[in-house]
Design a protein. Structure first.
Length: 110
């Protein structure tokens, strides 16, 4: 699953005035027409995708996604063994969360 940085701006915002900021962060506003999101916006508010690249998974915001690491652990032999030992899904999720937190702590120490 990919992540996308989006933004809402009032209708009539002069996007060209934001050009230098957008260029600095390699961003670009392109309008998105999404009915589900539009139903949640204020009147005269516009919805934009704020990226130039395919997705934002490698950005600072997207880098906090632990889904792939979680899935890798969840599909591991260790979890299969835990399931055979009749561990509950909640207990397995807690075990995985602990593993991920420990990895983060190790990275921070290094």
């Amino acid at each position: 699953m990919c992540f996308y940085i989006t933004a809402t701006l009032p209708e009539g915002t002069q996007l060209e005035n934001l050009g230098s900021i957008l260029d600095k962060y390699e961003m670009e506003f392109s309008q998105i027409h999404n009915l589900k999101v539009k139903s949640q916006l204020r009147p005269k508010e516009l919805y934009f995708r704020a990226t130039r690249s395919y997705c934002d998974c490698d950005s600072i915001l997207g880098s906090l996604n632990r889904q792939q690491e979680y899935q890798k652990l969840y599909n591991s032999k260790k979890v299969k063994t835990l399931k055979k030992k009749k561990w509950s899904e909640e207990r397995i999720n807690d075990w995985i969360d602990d593993k991920l937190k420990n990895r983060i702590l190790k990275k921070e120490k290094n």
